[in-house]
Design a protein around this ligand. Structure first.
Ligand SMILES: NC(=O)c1ccc[n+]([C@@H]2O[C@H](COP(=O)([O-])OP(=O)(O)OC[C@H]3O[C@@H](n4cnc5c(N)ncnc54)[C@H](OP(=O)(O)O)[C@@H]3O)[C@@H](O)[C@H]2O)c1
Length: 340
């Protein structure tokens, strides 16, 4: 049994982690850490856990976290994660950080898009980007996993085969992304109030969204040269779920190679338990994946244009589900344990 703790447990991803881990046969939830709800029972915070989890939330004190846990999920804002990670690693703990603190390898990008200086360069060097489909071997040996962002998870999985096999014209990638409101977390912000979001639909952070450098970083690594995508996020009047419509032109040299793209995607993800490629003419929708850890991908060719449509649950494959998938890999459990 692995003893796991969740820090920042009263947020959306913390709640999802409890839901998943309660059904995981190899782990015990040994500590719930909360700044806002310490001394409260988790059942009083989330009545859905009554009769299922009898724990009281405690303050996120490093000594206490280390005494109770082998592995710690940090479901926190990135600046808060960065304060805890060095001490947790020093104490020999494994960490899966759901925030953006350790995702961007270029500290200049981090400073530009998150408007704060990075304070843990050694942790940043050590961190493994936790996208199992691309980094499974590195995750196996990792002490610190930087769990990917929700939009980047869908975007990178949608584009990886086209980039890895040089089928895409790298300068042509446009990602039109839409997310439900839980993607922004639980904080009180006027723009996310029910009456602001309901029956409306809008683009936001165009050209400045913090997930843009994360997508660029991973696609550039895969393609072997610098890739700058156009990324436009939108806010959907839904609780959860992401749908991305991605437009790519085929590279001149890549045209012959991409004859049957659906087959190529199926081969690329043949051994992946959580990527489902749709048959010709079938496209994913948000309802197909909400409540699951799957990323569903549909592909349509239109002359030299390729349109890729993908859907994930932002709180599962885009956050807590992927975090548990990473934990399973780190401990050598079956990758889908607790997730199917
Ligand atoms: N929501 C998503 O779809 C999603 C997807 C991928 C990644 N992420 C990332 O995962 C992390 C958690 O996301 P979330 O959606 O769960 O956010 P959230 O609902 O806003 O929860 C974050 C939790 O962190 C704790 N916290 C907040 N401010 C704090 C502070 N100043 N000091 C200490 N603790 C603080 C609070 O929990 P306590 O009071 O219980 O400590 C809060 O409930 C974020 O970094 C987010 O960017 C989220």
């Amino acid at each position: 049994m692995v003893d796991v703790g969740i820090v920042g447990v009263t947020g959306y991803t913390g709640q999802e982690l409890i839901r998943i881990l309660l059904n995981h046969p190899e782990v015990r939830i040994s500590g719930l850490f909360s700044k806002s709800s310490y001394n409260k029972s988790i059942q009083s915070v989330f009545p859905e856990f009554a009769s299922r989890l009898d724990l009281v939330c405690v303050k996120p004190d490093i000594k206490d976290i280390c005494a109770k846990c082998d592995l710690v999920f940090l479901a926190l804002p990135h600046t808060v994660s960065m304060k805890l990670v060095p001490s947790l690693l020093y104490a020999g703990k494994k960490v899966i950080d759901l925030s953006a603190a350790y995702r961007l390898k270029d500290v200049k990008d981090y400073a530009k898009f998150y408007e704060v200086k990075h304070k843990d360069i050694s942790g940043l060097k050590e961190a493994v980007y936790g996208l199992p489909e691309l980094y499974r071997n590195e995750i196996k040996a990792a002490r610190l996993v930087a769990n990917p962002g929700c939009y980047p998870t869908a975007a990178i999985l949608s584009l990886a085969p086209l980039v890895a096999f040089n089928i895409a014209d790298f300068s042509s990638i446009i990602i039109d992304a839409k997310s439900g409101v839980s993607g922004a977390g639980k904080k009180m912000v006027e723009a996310f109030l029910f009456s602001e979001v309901n029956e409306d639909f809008r683009a936001y952070k165009v050209g400045v969204h913090q997930h843009t450098p994360e997508i660029n970083q991973e696609l550039s690594k895969l393609g072997g040269k610098k890739i700058n995508v156009v990324f436009v996020p939108h806010l959907l009047p839904l609780n959860r779920g992401i749908l991305e419509t991605i437009y790519v032109k085929k590279d001149k040299k890549g045209r012959g190679r991409g004859k049957d793209l659906i087959e190529l995607y199926k081969k690329f993800y043949k051994k992946e338990p959580f990527v489902r490629i749709r048959a010709e003419g079938q496209l994913p929708k948000i309802k197909d994946v909400v409540g699951t850890n799957f990323c569903d991908i549909g592909i349509k060719e239109d002359g030299d244009n390729v349109i890729v449509i993908s859907a994930i649950d932002n709180l599962l494959k885009g956050a807590s589900g992927q975090a548990v998938q990473n934990m399973n890999i780190m401990y050598g459990f079956r990758e889908y344990t607790g997730l199917l």
